[in-house]
Structure formats: C-alpha cells, structure tokens
Ligand binder design. Sequence first.
Ligand SMILES: Nc1ncnc2c1ncn2[C@@H]1O[C@H](COP(=O)(O)OP(=O)(O)OP(=O)(O)O)[C@@H](O)[C@H]1O
Length: 353
Amino acid sequence: MIEFQGVEKVFSGRGGGPEVRALDGIDLSIGRGEIFGIIGRSGAGKSTLIRVVNMLERPTAGSVSVDGVDMAALDGAGLRDARRAIGMIFQHFNLLSSRTVYDNVALPLELAGLRKSEIKAKVEPLLELVGLGDKRDRYPAELSGGQKQRVGIARALSSEPKVLLCDEATSALDPETTTSILRLLADINAKLGLTIVLITHEMAVIKEICHRVAVMESGTIIERGDVFDVFTAPRHATTRSFVSSVVGAELPETLSERLVAEPVAGGNAVLRITFKGAMANTPIISQLTRRFGLDLNILHGRIDHIQDAPFGVLVVEAVGAADAVQSAISFINANNLSVEVLGHVPANLRAAG
Ligand SMILES: Nc1ncnc2c1ncn2[C@@H]1O[C@H](COP(=O)(O)OP(=O)(O)OP(=O)(O)O)[C@@H](O)[C@H]1O
C-alpha cells in the first residue's frame, strides 16, 4: 500500500547551521489494512517519514508511492486528489476553535464542494462511529482531549481515505484516554480495512494495536518486524531499551547490582527464562525441580500479553550442582523456551535481600 524506496530528506540547516539528514535511505513496505507503528527517540526522523507520505515534506531522493501512485510525481490537482485518500491526525488535534464539532468534521467536505445534504449524510454516521453523536453542536473548547481527538479522527475519515497517518496522536492524552483512542483506531482498522501508520515514542502504544513496527534512529530504520517478534527478541540496543520498559525485562536494581559474571564459590547461577506464545503454558519450574533436583528461587517475573499471545519472563536463582544446572539449561532450550545465564550470586540471595 505504501512503498518507500531509498528515501532521503536533507534539510538545509536552520539559521545557517549544518544541514540535517532527517531520512537516510529508507526502504519500507507497508501492507494494505496493516496497523504499522514507527517508533524512535526525539529527532530520529519519525515525523519527517510520515510527512513524506502525503508530500507535506518532499524527499530529496528516492520515491514514495501510495496505492501504486508515485506521490513525488504529482502536483496541483493530482496531489490534492491523492491527499484526499490519505487522512491525518495530529498530537494537538488541529481543530478550528470557531467551528462546532459537526462543522469541523464537515470542513474537508465543504472544501471539496459537496452539497449540504451530502455532507450531512457523511458527517452524522462518522460522529456516531467515533462516539460523539451527542456532541455535534459543541465547540472544541468544551471538549476533553480524547473527545477532541475523536473529532480529529472523524474529520480525517470524512473524505473516505485508504490510509490514516497518526502523528503522535495520543501523546497529549492520559493513559486511559490513550487506550480508548487506540481501541477506536483498531476498531476503524477492522471495520473499514483502513491502513494505519502511526508514529510514537511510546512502546506501549505499539504493543496495544500495531501489527508490525519499525524502530528508527538517526534517519534510518534499525529494526523492523512483527510486534510480537520485536518485543520478545529485540536485537538492537535501542529497541531493547524501548521494549524493556514495557515487558519488564529489566532487572530490579537490588538484584542486578549483586550479580557477578563468574561463578561464586558456594553461590548459585541466576537464569532468565523467557516464555512465548503456547510455550508460556509449560510447567517448567516443577519439571526442573523434579528432573534435575534443583531448587529454584523466583527472584523476578512478569507475564504479559502482546496481541493476545502470552509472553513471560522469569528470573530464578538455581540452587543445585553445576552439572544439574547445565542439564536444566539444555532441557529448557530443547523445550523451545529461551534461557540466559544472567550471572551468579552468593548463596541465599533472597535472605540477604
Ligand atoms: N524543517 C526543518 N528544517 C531543518 N531541520 C529539520 C526540519 N524538520 C525536522 N528537522 C530535523 O530533522 C531531524 C528529524 O526530525 P523529525 O521531526 O522528523 O524527528 P522526530 O523523530 O519526529 O522527532 P520528535 O519526536 O521530536 O518530533 C531533527 O534533527 C530535526 O531537527
């Protein structure tokens, strides 16, 4: 649906400063009907990437096509038509304060020259869809942030786009309102088959609704894949730091500061066992205890769901003979779970903690 090929965007420096390479050779393909997330730290190039889709920024090299149309080749009427098929919502909603909810949603249709009756036939169902049927005559100042974003979404949908671009659409909202807006977007994606591209700096947003994700750094994509795969096996250090805040893969400080790399005389190994999908239901602790005679002290753990698939991390202190611990590690690996020796601790870590 959206193809980026070798896309570059170089800005001439602000105030005579050095030029900025905001996008540096982006190749990316976003499928029809996908919810695709782009995450990165401030300045990574996310906004620029989303804005080249509808040519709010023109790439300095490479091409962007939407539904087979080369966007950079368009201008004037052709670009206006193509943009009608690409809705956009913004962090600060960009509503007109002097217009009611109804009139904000109607605006793109008025600009396209539709008759009043045609506009009404489109706007009213959209207000119902976003849950604002009873707020049609209110002004933006009378609405909460979440309601304002619902107006933004209805307005973006008014021209029946094939693609919806979301530029940090939930960053100004509290966590509960964020969840309700993300649910609405997922609902729209399912009902209308709309392709949604969203940019965010919060991994929780990606985890909530995206099917695939790309991680950006310094104008490039450093990692991409299915959300479940990226969350459960992040490869790049930046991705790992984004993911760890959500899936609890980070160790509590009280534990990490006691770990040492080499075995300690009379001490024990600390293992991190990762459970994914169907494997999350394996009764691994009792099996390790029975088969290898190990005592396992649970030091840290979390079970989460990513797109309805379970994912868990369990950190245990394995108390037992070194060869029994090695056999247990082989057994865990053979059962399609993953295990990592995080380090070693003196005996009785829990008692000491
Ligand atoms: N119009 C512009 N002129 C000059 N430099 C720009 C312009 N727009 C963006 N940049 C620079 O391009 C780089 C990428 O910016 P961009 O806004 O795409 O990043 P971002 O990942 O969206 O960051 P944020 O989350 O802070 O919005 C930054 O270094 C930024 O300063």
